[in-house]
Design a protein around this ligand. Structure first.
Ligand SMILES: NC(=O)c1ccc[n+]([C@@H]2O[C@H](COP(=O)([O-])OP(=O)(O)OC[C@H]3O[C@@H](n4cnc5c(N)ncnc54)[C@H](O)[C@@H]3O)[C@@H](O)[C@H]2O)c1
Length: 439
């Protein structure tokens, strides 16, 4: 049943444990960032929960509170971090290895970061071919591995005296998997775990352990993971929110900003060629064609949905869309994304747009992790269960209810998110109609 307008929200009390799968570039940039912000060394730039405001009522009402003052969200001082990784490095060592943040800043955060040591991972190289590590659990089958994760979760909660937990997948992109018959029901999924079926990827083992332990799960990579009926059944059963997939950062962020603008002016598209050079571990993993395939699927779908070629065939039928990722070590995390966009205007006259985005992948991803942790915790305190489509704003390939197409236009996504917050607080939704100002 849908959540009622002005629904009761359980107050934020106690500590919120943020459990990260993967302690790589994104996770350490997120954790170190929160620690730096708590010390007053930096600002939470890029985070809607920390910096965003929300208009309420009429434009003449002048009511524009900050999101965090409008709706009860966990305070940064109440966050505790835990992680799993196949490498035993602490968050400090992993952040130094990732090379995203400056050594001088990390040195000031060393004590807090060194305390975060990753728990041993559930990992199988057949799902991430370019990696191998030693900090890995042993188990007779995938169900037993999930049980070990559940023990980790319970121990973490007890040791850190957390009142609530959320889990976020920020580990490597797994090889491309299609939905399989064993994913259809919880029963067949659990049997497949006991049978060590190859359709059960490690990310699914984590998601299963989270949902069994009463922990919301967000998926920052394009893997299938919670986007299968068995997981949705478990989320419904345990009243838990889930969301995914694939953090929307660099090039796809730009795409979902620009494409809605082109469409709004009825400008046509012949083609959109996107290529990236990237030198971090994520780039290395994506250099494997099977992992890249998962990413490519996630990146390719956005234009089709935004431009609706079936509605506007004269403008968007058969446009060419190519996405490439090239592993180029010297660049590290500082990705360069090029876009060549061939558009056409009045009477079919061609024009071009070139974008050269010198971005920093993890700098764009870290605030997304923070917002998702806080909003997923909000969702669990409100009792919102199943797919959280209002969090599409953060994803390249938003998970939706079965049979619904995803909304990729970032402006629609933002409106959906803010209207959800207004709804939860019993405020009127904003439609931007505005005729009443002229009565
Ligand atoms: N940075 C971005 O802008 C961005 C955007 C969208 C999605 N993502 C996705 O987020 C994920 C993390 O990105 P990153 O740049 O931090 O990568 P990374 O390679 O620096 O970190 C990933 C970490 O996950 C660990 N890992 C792999 N499999 C694991 C498992 N089964 N259990 C526990 N740990 C495991 C790896 O050892 C590594 O330390 C990737 O899947 C990436 O595709 C990143």
């Amino acid at each position: 049943m849908a959540i009622k307008k002005g629904a009761e929200i359980e107050p934020v009390k106690g500590k919120l444990g943020v459990l990260l799968v993967g302690l790589g570039a994104v996770s350490t940039t997120f954790i170190a960032g929160v620690e730096a912000i708590k010390k007053g060394l930096a600002e939470p730039i890029g985070s809607l929960t920390q910096m965003g405001a929300i208009r309420l009522g009429k434009r003449t009402d002048n009511r524009v509170p900050f999101v965090k003052d409008f709706i009860p969200l966990a305070d940064l001082n109440d966050l505790v971090f835990g992680a799993w990784d196949i490498f035993p490095d602490s968050a400090y060592e992993a952040a130094m290895h990732a090379g995203v943040l400056e050594k001088e800043l990390l040195a000031q955060l060393k004590t807090a970061l060194q305390k975060i040591k990753p728990m041993s991972a559930v990992f199988d190289q057949s799902y991430v071919k370019r990696l191998s590590g030693t900090n890995v659990k042993d188990g007779a089958n995938k169900m037993e591995l999930a049980e070990q994760l559940m023990t980790d979760i319970a121990e973490f909660k007890r040791k850190n005296k957390c009142s609530r937990l959320v889990m976020i997948w920020a580990a490597s992109t797994e090889v491309f998997l299609k939905q399989h018959a064993v994913h259809k029901t919880l029963k067949s999924f659990e049997q497949a775990m006991r049978d060590n079926h190859k359709a059960i990827a490690p990310s699914m083992v984590y998601a299963y352990a989270a949902l069994k332990s009463g922990v919301p799960f967000a998926n920052g990579a394009p893997n299938l993971t919670v986007d299968i009926p068995a997981m949705l059944e478990l989320a419904q059963q345990n009243n838990l929110p889930v969301c995914g997939k694939d953090f929307k950062t660099g090039q796809t962020l730009m795409k979902t900003i620009i494409a809605p603008g082109l469409k709004s002016r009825m400008l046509g598209l012949h083609g959109w060629y996107s290529t990236n050079i990237l030198g971090n571990r994520d780039g290395e993993v994506l250099d494997d064609p099977d992992s890249f395939k998962t990413k490519e699927e996630s990146k390719l779908s956005v234009l089709e949905y935004i431009l609706q070629p079936e509605v506007y065939p004269q403008l968007y039928k058969d446009f060419s869309h190519v996405v490439r990722i090239n592993y180029y070590p010297p660049r590290g995390d500082n990705k360069e994304g090029w876009d060549n966009i061939d558009i056409f205007g009045w009477l079919g006259y061609p024009m071009q747009i070139k974008i050269d985005f010198l971005c920093r992948d993890s700098i764009l991803a870290a605030p997304i992790v923070l917002d998702l942790a806080l909003f997923m915790d909000l969702a669990q305190r409100v009792g919102m269960k199943g797919v959280q489509e209002w969090l599409s704003f953060y994803f390249k390939s938003p998970q939706t209810a079965p049979g619904l197409y995803p909304e990729h236009d970032i402006f629609i996504q933002l409106m959906k998110l803010k209207n959800t917050l207004r709804h939860l607080r019993g405020e009127d939704l904003i439609t931007h109609l505005g005729l009443e100002y002229y009565d």
